[in-house]
Design a protein around this ligand. Structure first.
Ligand code: G3H
Length: 535
């Protein structure tokens, strides 16, 4: 295993130098060692959110500088330099943001549903108009390939509009029940039940989809009449602040949405245990388990990752399976909770499948996100070290490598690790990198067992031409979603999306999120009993 190398100068480029907009950067003004490349083109529209050195936080309808006068730095995964800074908010600022969210929510709940939908449509329009400026930030902040970054923003605009429309459909309806269907009752009680807002929703998205997984929480919450406090991930915070500015410009009431940045160690517990928070929607890692233990009696929606298992049978279309492994396993360098994280392939077709995947891996473009490479640097050095640890463990225990291990800085070349056995960590742990293990199986039951023995039961997939077999295997695989003849994926964004076991609590997807962010309120009209008995 070669030592960890720093990227060669060609890869250690300052991101703004290849900015797709060709924009100037402000990094020169900030002195040596700090490269806060913020596109001047984007600044025109987003200038209010940046104070010349750090990005502001948002509360009570205004962009503010924290009284802490401290900031949190965000490292560009490609250049390994500080790219941006965000405010380190204080506990007092958190309390005030939640207070104004609480009072804004009371009025928002009384705003007609069609007006709430109108505001969301406006937000969606602004978001899509700003797709290039926001994508530019995603490229620099999380090293997402440029075209995928643009897709994320557009998909998010569509998600917001769909949420507005789904909210209109869902929340327009209530229930009318009469009492005499239940034993012992006459027909003298009329129950009117409808959905009402839950209050203030705390939204905590992950680094890999800081826009899409932020709006998948924000839009359902707002259409349902709730306020939102957004705590973006550190890596991805600046992109998230950009979407909050789009919300600001769409004209939502002052205080209804807040975006708080800062150190988890200082404000994390306060946010998640705050009595003013009525619901938490979290996507991320193990932190979610700690949050769920501390949160108390409020609804939780959690997605904590997946060890998504791909079972390939003898009769599978191996071209289709190999194409899906590439798209579903290596896109965004494997940093998706729904990425294929282990392949269980029947021995008789294993060699052919592996060869097809190896061929395709050799064609993947490895490099920088600005150049739209397929494989780009993983998000942090600690993440790259973790992936390397899994690979070294597999190598030590006798796995077969089809490519040479190569790493420069946070950039890891894609590999397929073959003949993986259950004693290897990579068989069970999520690399969140461009590294996929292959387990060769003798029976399909072995594949099902491997899928079910893992705690991160988010998704899985099966490749076979026999639909009956596929459905039986899907029934036996205990994961939140099983895809037949395609790689795991969350979208389309209105589909239910949920993990089983340690992978999560609750179900997401636009419809389920709106329902989860409401409560049911009943009003019962009690008629005099005589009115019923009167013949
Ligand atoms: O990383 C977790 C995301 O929910 C995966 O979403 O399947 O659209 O890539 P995706």
């Amino acid at each position: 295993m070669p030592p960890i190398l720093l990227p060669p100068p060609s890869l250690l480029r300052v991101a703004s130098a290849s900015s797709p907009s060709g924009a100037d950067s402000v990094c020169d003004r900030l002195g040596p060692g700090l490269c806060c490349c913020y596109s001047m083109a984007g600044q025109g529209f987003f200038q209010d959110i940046f104070d010349g050195e750090a990005f502001k936080y948002y509360a009570d309808g205004e962009w503010k500088v924290s009284s802490s006068r401290a900031s949190v730095s965000i490292t560009n995964p490609s250049t390994l330099k500080t790219q941006f800074k965000v405010q380190a908010c204080t506990q007092d600022e958190v309390n005030k943001a939640i207070e104004s969210a609480e009072s804004a929510q009371k009025l928002w709940a009384k705003t007609p549903l069609w007006k709430r939908a109108e505001a969301l449509h406006k937000f969606a329009g602004i978001l899509k108009d700003q797709k290039n400026a926001i994508a530019d930030v995603l490229v620099k902040e999380i090293a997402k390939p440029l075209k995928d970054a643009v897709t994320e923003v557009v998909r998010s605009g569509d998600l917001v509009s769909y949420s507005a429309e789904e909210g209109i459909r869902l929340l327009a309806e209530g229930k009318f029940l009469v009492s005499d269907s239940f034993p012992g009752n006459g027909r003298n009680k009329y129950c009117l039940a409808s959905k009402i807002p839950i209050g203030v929703v705390l939204a905590i998205p992950p680094f890999n989809y800081p826009i899409n997984l932020a709006v998948s929480k924000i839009a359902p919450a707002l259409i349902a009449g709730n306020a939102v406090v957004l705590k973006p991930p550190t890596q991805g915070a600046v992109a998230a602040l950009h979407i909050v500015h789009c919300i600001h410009l769409a004209g939502f009431p002052k205080g209804l949405v807040a975006a708080i940045t800062g150190k988890g160690s200082e404000i994390g517990d306060l946010l998640t245990m705050h009595p003013g928070i009525n619901c938490i929607s979290f996507t991320g890692g193990d932190t979610g388990i700690a949050i769920s233990r501390k949160a108390g009696m409020i609804p939780l929606q959690m997605e904590l990752g997946g060890k998504d298992c791909c079972i390939v049978l003898e009769d599978a279309d191996l071209e289709l399976a190999a194409n899906n492994v590439i798209k579903g396993g290596y896109s965004y360098s494997g940093q998706r909770c729904t990425a294929i994280k282990v392949i269980c392939v029947m021995e008789s077709v294993a060699e052919e499948l592996v060869q097809k995947i190896v061929q395709r891996i050799s064609k993947l473009k490895v490099g920088m996100p600005e150049d739209n490479c397929d494989i780009t640097p993983v998000v942090s050095q600690s993440s790259a070290n973790f992936i390397q640890g899994l690979v070294e463990d597999a190598q030590k225990k006798g796995a077969k490598f089809h490519q040479e291990w190569k790493r420069e800085g946070n950039l890891i070349w894609p590999i397929l690790i073959d003949h993986v056995t259950p004693d290897m960590r990579i068989a069970w742990e999520e690399p969140f990198g461009p590294v996929i293990p292959v387990i060769r199986i003798k029976t399909v039951e072995e594949g099902i067992h491997h899928c079910n023995a893992n705690n991160f039961a988010l998704q899985g997939c099966i490749f076979t031409k026999d639909i009956n077999k596929a459905i039986l295997i899907s029934n036996a695989m205990e994961s939140g979603t099983i895809q037949i003849n395609a790689a795991p994926a969350r979208g389309p964004d209105h589909f239910p999306f949920q993990g089983l076991r340690d992978s999560g609590i609750g179900s997401q997807g636009i419809t389920n999120s709106i329902i989860m962010m409401t409560k049911t309120k009943s009003t019962v009209i009690n008629l005099p009993v005589e009115s019923y008995t009167m013949g």
